[in-house]
Design a protein around this ligand. Structure first.
Ligand SMILES: [Zn+2]
Ligand SMILES: [Zn+2]
Length: 135
């Protein structure tokens, strides 16, 4: 079986990464921290295995910010692109910001999470399942 490989990069191109493996279930997270970290209505994140994820260029540009005592958000210090977040309780899984992918993804988002915290101006127009917090 052919190994899955994806590539991605930040806006300035200083950080480039590869994923040698699967990209998991895509979630649209409407929590306020994701909204602030991205400046958008929601963040679109999917889990990847830590061991599958490799920064191939610009690791020195990756800045880490502890947005809660258990969550580390990693972004490009040059252009601000959010790349991954790492949760203390699941250190072997990175949550990839899939907007930074350069490869095509075959699958679509599966659900909306933290909808209880979504912005009042944001309207969800699709039929995906919505969860007040986590499913
Ligand atoms: Zn950058
Ligand atoms: Zn979130």
């Amino acid at each position: 079986m052919e190994e899955k490989k994806y590539t991605g990069s930040c806006l300035c191109g200083g950080i480039r990464y590869e994923i040698h493996g699967e990209i998991g279930d895509i979630l649209e997270c409407h929590c306020q921290r994701c909204r602030k970290a991205n400046g958008t209505a929601f963040a679109t994140n999917a889990p990847v295995k830590k061991t599958d994820f490799k920064i191939t260029h610009g690791e020195n540009l990756l800045k880490k910010f502890e947005s809660t005592p258990t969550t580390m958000r990693c972004f490009c210090s040059e252009c601000g692109s959010p790349i991954i977040s790492i949760k203390e309780e699941t250190p072997d899984t990175y949550r990839l910001r899939i907007g930074t992918l350069d490869s095509k993804l075959e699958h679509k988002p599966s659900s909306h999470i933290f909808v209880a915290y979504k912005a009042e101006w944001d309207t969800i127009y699709d039929d995906l399942p919505q969860y007040a917090e986590r499913p």
